[in-house]
Design a protein around this ligand. Structure first.
Ligand SMILES: Nc1ncnc2c1ncn2[C@@H]1O[C@H](COP(=O)(O)OP(=O)(O)OP(=O)(O)O)[C@@H](O)[C@H]1O
Length: 264
């Protein structure tokens, strides 16, 4: 494996409205220091991709952003959302996750009907009026581009849907809570190319109303769908810039090697 200077980095400041920013975020899994001084900001209503080789810390960083590492790692540093440091122990993590939702690599619908997958968390959060629940159900399934395929079968088991439909259901489940930010950890890696392109189209449309942060192994996907890209290597954010710049004029050699396939 080629060696790169991990202090050689280029991270742009975001001048437009920020949805979220991190300052000196560090993650340790026991003695394993997995993320070093992650400081960057995520612009509002844009798609930001996190890319880098396996084990570089992409998912670790993503999980910090809605406190999903709480029980598995020690996370130091600050994560600002609406001027609040949401990494503070005083913060209610369940509230954080209402504003910052997450969709995982493998579709994980509940073993319930399509309808109940969406309404379960809504009911738990105190929404009980039938009309409100139905409105959110329809809106979220439309938002995730699934409505037309399931509107006549809302009581069918979610587990009877295809993998791609299940993943769009998981996106619908997340947006039903009306978060500001959607975190997605390789949401299409288990899907076929047609389902992948549906997910990509869905994310493109959702980015008008949501800030999206996506981990992907797929460089073509990052270049197709994201506005900004951060390249990580060995737990360091090496380069962060507009996606077009990362892929056509990277500033750092490690990034250039990675996006041109000469890495490692
Ligand atoms: N739950 C965990 N417990 C212990 N160590 C972990 C855990 N999750 C990740 N790690 C370690 O943290 C480092 C970064 O892993 P992470 O999964 O964040 O990388 P990644 O870039 O998302 O990789 P991949 O692309 O393979 O998913 C690795 O050394 C990994 O072994």
């Amino acid at each position: 494996m080629k060696e790169y200077d991990l202090n050689d980095n280029y991270i742009i400041d975001i001048t437009e409205k920020k949805a979220l920013s991190t300052k000196d975020v560090q993650v340790h899994y026991g003695n394993n220091h997995a993320l070093f001084n992650a400081s960057m900001a995520f612009p509002r209503y844009k798609i930001t991709a996190l890319i880098g080789a396996s084990g570089c810390g992409k998912s670790t960083y993503l999980r910090c952003l809605n406190r999903m590492n709480d029980k598995i790692a020690t996370v130091d540093g600050q994560i600002f959302y609406r001027d609040l440091d949401i990494n503070s122990p005083k913060i209610n993590v369940y509230e954080v996750r209402q504003h910052i939702g997450m969709v995982f690599q493998r579709p994980n619908p509940f073993a319930k009907s399509i309808k109940d997958n969406i309404t379960f968390a809504l009911k738990n959060s105190g929404i009980t009026k039938k009309a409100d629940l139905e409105e959110r159900l329809e809106q979220s399934l439309k938002g995730a581009a699934l409505w037309d395929e399931v509107k006549d079968d809302l009581n069918k088991s979610a587990l009877a849907l295809s993998g791609g439909q299940q993943q769009r259901l998981c996106i619908a489940r997340s947006i039903a809570m009306r978060p500001d930010i959607l975190l997605l950890d390789e949401p299409a890696s288990a899907l076929d190319p047609i389902s992948t392109s549906k997910i990509e189209e869905t994310l493109h449309v959702l980015s008008k109303d949501y800030t999206i942060i996506i981990v992907t192994h797929n460089l073509q996907q990052a270049s197709r769908i994201s506005d900004y890209t951060a390249f990580l290597h060995l737990g360091h954010i090496i380069e962060y810039n507009k996606t077009a710049k990362i892929f056509t004029h990277p500033k750092i050699r490690a990034t250039e090697d990675y996006v041109s396939g000469n890495f490692g």
